[in-house]
Write a new protein. Sequence first.
Length: 180
Amino acid sequence: MSTYADEAVVAAQLGRAPRGVRAVAHRCPCGLPDVVETAPRLPDGTPFPTLYYLTCPRAAASISALEAAGLMREMTGRLAADGELLAAYQQAHRDYLARRDAAAAVEGLEPLPGGTQSAGGMPDRVKCLHALAAHELAAPGANPLGREALDAAGHWWSRGSCLPGGRPPVPGGEPGGGER
């Protein structure tokens, strides 16, 4: 479950109000959310296949630099050549789908149709390291290429908070917000 304060942080990180947030799925070592779990369908019923969303701008910038350097292409090549890595990546895909279906059930939503993409190019290519890293942060040990991306990204939090002043004001001015 996320709090009003967490949602204010995520809105400040994204530069817009978050949509369909179910929970903070992972917190950065600095204490702020860096991954949120979203409902498989947005409030208007639109399918939203991205279950885990990387919100921290510093983490996103570090991952973007890896993408720009060609890491996705290199990883996709390794998937084609390494059967063991491909099998682990396909298991990550199944894990993602199972978690997304479970989230739909908890929310009382119809699951996304069979064949709907999971995230990041799974199960056979690498299309978005942000999604793979978010999956690995939310479910440690679930995504081998997400783990590699996180290891390569380094300690994005080491320069302090990703937000000016540390934290945005809490909506309504109530310290700590409260569980929703």
